[in-house]
Write a protein that binds this ligand. Structure first.
Ligand code: AMP
Ligand code: GLY
Length: 403
């Protein structure tokens, strides 16, 4: 199988590694890729927001499967054009990607699918905004309706801050604060059938102890020893399957990866958000644990053939720690990556580029072992001004030891 992978972050580096491990795969191409992916795939310098250029590349390479990593090309409709040109494509159509592209659209679909989420109001003017803020008590949750690159959500006790953010958005969703641990749980869908992956937990704040600004994610781990044992089944039943059925009923089937960001509240599972793609850095802990060959799985999804499939996992734990550039996330500085990255057994370095320089994933028989390996690697990489959190998976590893 010849594959074209679109994207160039840590997530795509991990996906490339997973694809390469599948014996069916003969060639991997990546656009635009990065220095780490270059060791696995042939890179192509193509503008991934130019749909025509992506289709032309797929044609030139005559690939059997196209896998889209980031949200921007999805929302831009690249999958519609790839499918129209006859390519098996893993990624949702422009219409289905609106589950990530518009918070209001996601709320409407959840409502029609009977999926539990925070109560919310969508507002377009000051009067509606004030009314919604009056309805809820602090902390206020204010979300820009559109794609905002992780900067669209403000959670604050300060009404003025909430109001200012809401007024700065064209359309804004104001919603109930969900109190509970957050997890990420992904499903791979062929439009009719969706297979749930194991959950991961992401660390969104920049600094230790969940302090500092929101980021794209500073680290992750999987599995979650503290989560209810039926969390995967329950999320499949209550969230993933109803969403896929509703999208199909609307005539816009969701083919690709449905990312559910969930809050495990005292009243049950509540959806915080959907994304239309693999999470970053959650993918960096899921791929090393995945036993099912990745390329064949994504190909079955892309060709609407997932029914009856099962996903298998290695009985291993994985922890990933992100090394971020000075100033990330507000104003990341340019950096120089040392030529030689450490090679440590059972550890993977996934390169990114941008504010998140790379992440180190350690794999082990439990979270403590995986964590030690990830931190041993990350502490050996010196980039001036860069930083990382020291508490990724710490609480979970302590809790696991106590069991
Ligand atoms: P999002 O961009 O939707 O992932 O939101 C960013 C972060 O804001 C989430 O990971 C949560 O930590 C937080 N957040 C979003 N919505 C809520 C909510 N309704 N209640 C509590 N926290 C939230
Ligand atoms: N880790 C959060 C995201 O991928 O959106």
């Amino acid at each position: 199988m010849r594959i074209l992978l679109v994207g160039g972050g840590g997530r795509e580096h991990a996906l490339a590694l997973g694809l390469k491990a599948d014996p069916e795969v003969t060639e991997i191409h990546c656009a635009p890729g990065n220095a780490g992916i270059a060791e696995i795939a042939t890179l192509h310098d193509v503008d991934i927001l130019d749909n025509g250029a992506v289709v032309a590349l797929a044609q030139e390479l005559d690939v059997d499967l196209v896998v889209i990593g980031p949200e921007a090309p999805l929302v831009n409709g690249v999958c519609d054009q790839l499918r129209a040109a006859g390519f098996a494509t893993f990624g949702p159509s422009k219409a289905a990607a609106q589950l990530e592209g518009s918070k209001n659209f996601a709320k409407e679909v959840m409502h029609d699918a009977g999926v539990a989420t925070a109560k919310s109001f969508t507002c377009e003017n000051r009067m509606e905004i004030e009314k919604a803020l009056d309805y809820f008590s602090p902390p206020y949750v204010v979300k820009d309706d559109g794609l905002a690159g992780g900067k669209g959500v403000v959670v604050t006790d300060d009404r003025q801050v909430a109001l200012d953010h809401a007024l700065s958005c064209k359309r804004v969703v104001i919603e109930e604060f969900l109190d509970g641990p957050e997890i990420s749980l992904f499903g791979i869908s062929d439009g009719k059938t969706i297979l749930a992956l194991e959950p991961a937990q992401d660390f969104k704040r920049a600094l230790d102890g969940d302090q500092g600004p929101n980021t794209g994610g500073m680290g992750a781990y999987s599995p979650l020893p503290w989560a209810p044992s039926d969390i995967v089944e329950q999320t499949h039943r209550e969230v993933l399957a109803p969403m896929i059925a509703e999208m199909a009923a609307r005539g816009t089937p969701f083919i690709g990866l449905l990312y559910a960001g969930l809050s495990l509240t005292d009243h049950g599972i509540r959806v915080i958000e959907f994304n239309a793609r693999f999470g970053d850095p959650e993918t960096q802990v899921l791929i090393p644990r995945l036993k099912t060959p990745l390329a064949s799985l994504l190909y079955k999804a892309a060709t609407r053939n997932l029914e009856g499939e099962k996903i298998a996992w290695h009985p291993l734990s994985a922890v990933t720690v992100v090394l971020a550039a000075q100033g990330y996330p507000t104003d990341p500085k340019k950096y120089q990556l040392v030529a030689k990255l450490p090679t440590i057994a059972d550890t993977f370095i996934f390169q990114a580029g941008g504010g998140r320089i790379l992440s180190a994933t350690g794999v082990g028989s439990d979270l403590t072992e995986a964590r030690d390996r990830a931190y041993r690697a990350i502490s050996q990489i010196e980039v001036e001004g860069s930083f990382y959190r020291t508490d990724i998976a710490f609480n979970a590893s302590v809790a696991e030891k106590g069991n």
